[in-house]
Design a protein around this ligand. Sequence first.
Ligand code: HEM
Length: 418
Amino acid sequence: MDLIPFQYLGLAALVVTVYLALRVRWKHAGRNDNAPIDNKGGDDSSPASKSIWHANKEQGEEDVLRDPKPLLDFDLKTAKTRDYIYVNKTLRYPYYQTMAHQPMEIENWIEITSDYEWYLSEKKKVIESEPVYQGKKVLDSLPENDFACQELMETVIDWLPKRYPTLFDRLLRAQDEGSYDGIFNRVTGERFEWLEGHAPDGCKALTIISRLTECDFLMAREREDGHVYFTGGLVAFPGFYLLSEKIDKPMAVVHAPVPQFNEKLLMSVERTLKRMLPSAPFERSSWEIVDDLNLYWHNIALLPAGGKVSVDPGDLYLRIDRQTFRKLPKSRGIIFGVHPLVRKLESLRRSPLLPALLHKIHTESSRDLMVYKGAEAYEAALGPWLEEAMREQVESGLIGGTENVGDFREYAGQERDE
Ligand code: HEM
């Protein structure tokens, strides 16, 4: 009789062990590294930081970010990024200020397009027209950020040959007494190498990155006061601000010109950036309408108060800044990659519902947001142009005219002019 409780205990222990083992399996079965991102975007009225926080938590603190899958048959001549009008929640209706971010697959961290060489040469022009390491308008790093620059460069040179093996070679070789590390860029023919243990850091590391990717990188870190500060980066294509105006400033000051940011987003942004784990990167995008291809500083941003753009509306560009966010595991640096992508509005004229969407965003959104985006300089001309494009879409049967413009993502991939 005395043995029965022990038998029960043994049985209970067995049941608990089996349950725990199955739980671990279920959890891992539910995680799919290849799961596609929700390309439809959609309304994001819930506090978005919550979902990223849960994604982070699920991945586990100790989890290492896996390597990207290689693009073995990559063709640089025809390469395009994903279509960020549809992939992220860049354009949305109703349009209001949200973080609008989503988890990022590691394959999508850096994208290379057929314009790769153009981006690199534009970037070089911008950097070299500024006195590098001195003027610091576009390229700078605070001492506290120098190691993060090195870690970022090492991350980039590890990642690029894995994702784009036809474009980059990792250079790892032993010679004489030492081992060397580095990267060879087959597109530009440039080679960057250093003795292992002596990798460049600070601005030198950022300059090497500028010769490898189309992206700019803004860098930030949490300081002891619990706030996140802009601590350096290479920002050759800001469009309308300068790194030198923002460096060493906390997020609240960096974003001071952005309407509603400090009231609505600041807390979530800082919390998300601080909690972000190296294993759980995320992405978002921003947009604006610009009047030229000068990614460094657009003409529209130089107009005097009340000034209007002089190009036809169809020749304006939709500039989407595709943004990626990572936390570096060693330095804890926050890495904010920005890839500016531009498309003429004319090329979007027959994309179903897009003219209607842009029209509604401009006429129905909070005025301060549109003024921040510079709409006063082009909206009087763009409004009638969009209305005509909407009429054409109805007359040609492309749309019925009664659709909800917020559903524009359902037409992804059906653009008629590219
Ligand atoms: C989750 C993180 C972040 C969110 C949600 C966010 C959001 C925004 C938004 C909404 C804007 C206005 C442009 C737009 O419509 O998108 C903006 C502008 C900007 N952000 Fe952020 N941001 C984040 C992180 C950062 C970080 C880490 C930095 C710097 C290291 C930064 C630097 C800037 C700068 C320089 C501008 C331009 C401000 C100006 O108009 O002068 N942001 N950001």
